[in-house]
Design a protein around this ligand. Structure first.
Ligand code: AKB
Length: 317
């Protein structure tokens, strides 16, 4: 990995991943790809090259790949699960037509490609506890349909054309830098903002709804480590289960109260998000990632909560 294009560099993952990769390869070109209306600002803009990179515009992407001699593409363009339910055709266009553009460019230009999958690639028939790496994937959401198609297309391009595609199934990601937009797991980020601001949190997900979650530093490590992994050890490619913690809103509330004693939460369940959450696993088994590329998370719920509250106090107060 030397010259890298991050598509979706101003989003929740991209804004931090681009900076992390720039630190890792200071003498490379790490291009912050963005779409109109979501241009990079501040340190993201100033610390390296940026370019408009719309996944649905193959010519534009090809121009960037050629100009910067890109060898690795992080494809983070996506509508998250709740938004994708409202705009299913657009979600398919971005997530699948966009992916096809990237895979074709990668095939012709020898690029490796990371396109994340998600716990959203599973469905109600999937085993909920210790969800295996290889199991039933029959999601009911459009987001899930695009994620399964992403996994299959990425593996297809590897087996058919030798394109070095690799990825992980991200849990809900929790970070203190950039807010997610329109996911089912967003509540687990927003709750920390409310706690730090001293506001009551209105939770859209019902008590007892368990989902895998992960702190952003671990997610960034996974996205980088999988692309640097020894290919001869990889039995799987698209995509690896990765896990670090699983909780429901009550467990998260109780953990926050340990640090913010007056914190209050009530429920106003959003039926769209709840239906999606009910179809997702409670907790994935990530033993293949551990065996094949030494995946190991650093943060548990306590470690993440301490760090989140500390960072948000500095940012918001
Ligand atoms: C979402 O909630 O849509 C995402 C995801 C789990 O992929 N955060």
């Amino acid at each position: 990995m030397k010259n890298v294009l991050v598509i979706g560099s101003t989003g929740q993952i991209g804004s931090e991943l681009t900076m992390r990769i720039r630190e890792m390869i200071p003498d490379g070109n790490v291009v912050a790809g963005y779409i109109k209306g979501a241009e990079p600002k501040g340190v993201l803009l100033e610390s390296g090259p940026s370019a408009e990179a719309d996944v649905c515009n193959g010519e534009q992407l090809l121009g960037i790949v050629k100009k910067y001699r890109i060898d690795t593409i992080y494809n983070l363009a996506a509508l998250l699960s709740a938004v994708a339910e409202k705009k299913p055709q657009l979600a398919w266009h971005i997530q699948i037509d966009g992916l096809m553009n990237i895979l074709e460019i990668a095939r012709e230009n020898g690029c490796a490609v990371f396109t994340p999958s998600s716990i959203g690639s599973f469905g109600p028939e999937t085993p909920r506890q210790n969800t295996p790496q290889d199991t039933i994937q029959r999601p009911r959401s459009m987001y899930g349909c695009t994620k399964v198609a992403t996994e299959l297309l990425s593996d297809y391009y590897f087996h058919k054309y030798g394109v070095d595609t690799r990825s992980v199934r991200f849990p809900g990601l929790i970070s203190n830098v950039t807010l997610p937009g329109g996911g089912t797991t967003d509540y687990a980020v927003e709750i920390y903002y409310a706690a730090v601001k001293g506001e009551e949190f209105v939770c859209p997900i019902a008590p007892g709804t368990f989902m895998d979650m992960m702190y952003m530093p671990d997610a960034l490590k996974a996205a980088i480590d999988i692309m640097n992994a020894d290919p001869s050890r990889l039995v799987h490619r698209n995509s690896f289960n990765i896990a670090s913690m699983s909780f429901d809103p009550e467990i998260l509330k109780a953990k926050i109260i340990e640090h913010v004693p007056g914190f209050k939460m009530r429920y106003e369940v959003d039926p769209v998000r709840q239906a999606i959450a009910d179809s997702w696993p409670d907790k994935m088994d990530d033993s293949c990632a551990r065996e094949e590329w030494d995946w190991a998370p650093s943060y548990d719920l306590e470690g993440m909560t301490v760090d989140m509250l500390d960072a948000l106090k500095k940012k918001l107060l």
